[in-house]
Design a protein. Structure first.
Length: 530
């Protein structure tokens, strides 16, 4: 069992729950998921949205069990889960207690991961600059008794939730969502309280009290809506403060770009001011209506372009950056002479801890589609130009043998023991499936590089060494005591073979007919059972 403390809100010394949600949904060790969250918002789901949707295509099961308390869970979050047909169950008690656990459980054929802590599925609950949160990540396998005990306790305790036998647990449907909205439990996201710190949670409880408070807050909500709308209007106006601070923010962007090596400022960046400024550049770039009140606009745009600022969809750029990172990893693998032949187009293959095989599978699957993405086609062509044709890279022994030959002939400094290991692992086990001409090519390449004949026969570990044994017995120089069993220093590699026959009667009986009467007596005197 492996334990790791997760946290956010204080500093960046620990991994966050957000990080491991993204990583776990992408991990092929897992094929099922159960998530418990007290309060859920779309801004929280957005943090791992791509990974969640990808996992939905691969996972056998994804289930969410979400608390529904007054203004703690948003309409957008539940609507998203409905629209994407993600199996979701709600817990709404209409009474004096709420569903409050935050547990994210990933499991597969052999591996398990449970994240237990305080992080709701909200941006503030998950992201590094959100609330102060702490969780414990527990990794274990099916052979770990402690982990399996934890898992049993988890399922035993939450049985009535997971099995939906608890009367408050209901499957999320469009009709149920409409009811929650009507009752005032679920509202638009911008109206929700921060992570459930609602009046419902702290003071008034019970169905009747909730309805009373809904009516009580109607006027307040109307004012809040107006206030929010006003704030949104102001947010995207060109202000004097914005113009005066533009140069300083531009320098912050340049410093960020030089330090991080990227031109995309993430939403969870420690400087909220820089992220807001970064977004405004994109908004003002597209907004033609502000040209007259923002004469510096085109000067700023040109400076941003010169600095490499990306005015397009940052999400697309992020995906492109990820592809470029994978290409860098692939380039390292294919230029490594010991790794090139091992590169596999399968989910099991890893290079330097990275799931390079899974990425190659995704490229292979995409280019086989009727209308593949142009970006994927370009990547495929780059990979092919580097010497790996994904479409022809199969486990056919002839392809493996040809790669072995090419690697051996093109290696400027081949190390025999390394190629012998490759031969033993990749070539010899399927030698019977290779055509004779391919075997001849391998032998010729071996002799050319190592100046020796390539042996194809398998070494017999049970080789009869009786003749070597007798030679040792009668060698007065090596064995002046004339013993059949001496020390390892004197007998060398023969010692293990003889020792086995000294202890094992059956092994000795297989060769006893090769000894004369005098030799058998000597063997018996030395403890051999003959």
């Amino acid at each position: 069992m492996k334990l790791e403390l997760l946290g956010n809100g204080l500093n960046s010394r620990l991994r966050t729950t957000e990080y491991y949600l993204r990583k776990s949904f992408s991990d092929n060790n897992y094929d099922s998921f159960i998530g418990f969250s007290a309060f859920t918002k779309k801004n929280g789901i957005n943090l791992f949205l791509d990974e969640l949707l990808d996992a939905k295509k691969r996972f056998k099961s994804i289930k969410f069990y979400l608390g529904v308390a007054e203004k703690g869970t948003s309409k957008e979050a539940l609507q998203f889960l409905l629209d994407n047909e993600i199996d979701t169950w709600t817990f709404c008690s209409f009474s004096d207690y709420i569903f409050h656990p935050k547990i994210y459980f990933f499991y597969g054929k052999t591996e398990r991961r449970m994240i237990i802590g305080s992080s709701n599925l909200t941006k503030k609950g998950l992201s590094i600059n959100g609330n102060i949160e702490a969780s414990l990540k527990v990794d274990y396998s099916m052979s770990d008794a402690g982990g399996l005990m934890l898992e049993k306790q988890y399922f035993d305790y939450f049985d009535e939730i997971i099995s939906a036998t608890n009367e408050n647990v209901k499957p999320l449907t469009s009709e149920l969502l409409a009811e929650f909205i009507k009752e005032g439990f679920v509202v638009d996201e911008y109206k929700t309280f921060e992570d459930g710190h609602s009046y419902y949670h702290s003071k008034g409880r019970g169905k009747n009290k909730n309805r009373a408070k809904i009516e009580e807050f109607q006027e307040k909500e109307t004012n809040e809506e107006k206030s929010t709308a006003k704030r949104k209007e102001i947010e995207f106006n060109v202000t004097d403060h914005y113009l005066k601070s533009w140069e300083a923010m531009f320098q912050l962007f340049i410093n960020f770009k030089n330090e991080k090596g990227t031109i995309t400022v993430p939403s969870n960046h420690s400087s909220r001011a820089l992220y807001r400024w970064y977004r405004l550049q994109k908004i003002f770039y597209l907004d033609k209506s502000i040209d007259s009140i923002y004469p510096q606009k085109y000067e700023h745009i040109q400076r941003l372009k010169d600095a490499g600022f990306y005015f397009g969809d940052a999400h697309k750029l992020l995906q492109q950056n990820k592809e470029d990172e994978w290409m860098d990893i692939f380039l390292e693998a294919i230029t490594d002479p010991l790794e090139k032949d091992r590169i596999g187009i399968n989910h099991r293959y890893r290079y330097d801890g990275n799931r390079l095989g899974t990425w190659l599978v995704s490229i292979s699957q995409e280019i086989r589609k009727e209308n593949p993405k142009q970006r994927k086609i370009e990547i495929y062509e780059r990979i092919k130009a580097l010497g790996l044709d994904i479409n022809t890279r199969t486990k056919d022994p002839r392809n493996t043998a040809q790669r072995f030959i090419d690697g051996l002939l093109n290696d400027n400094s081949p190390v025999k023991v390394e190629y012998q290991n490759k031969f033993n692992k990749l070539i010899f086990p399927k030698a019977d499936k290779l055509p004779e001409e391919m075997k001849i090519k391998i032998s010729e390449a071996w002799e050319l590089r190592f100046n020796e004949e390539k042996k194809w026969e398998k070494k017999n570990k049970n080789k009869d060494r009786t003749d070597d044994w007798k030679s040792f017995r009668y060698d007065t120089f090596l064995n002046p005591e004339m013993k059949w069993l001496s020390s390892k220093n004197k007998m060398g590699s023969l010692y293990s073979w003889v020792s086995k026959r000294h202890k094992d009667k059956e092994s000795m009986e297989l060769i006893v007919d090769k000894f004369n009467e005098t030799e058998i007596i000597e063997l018996r005197n030395e403890g051999f059972i003959v």
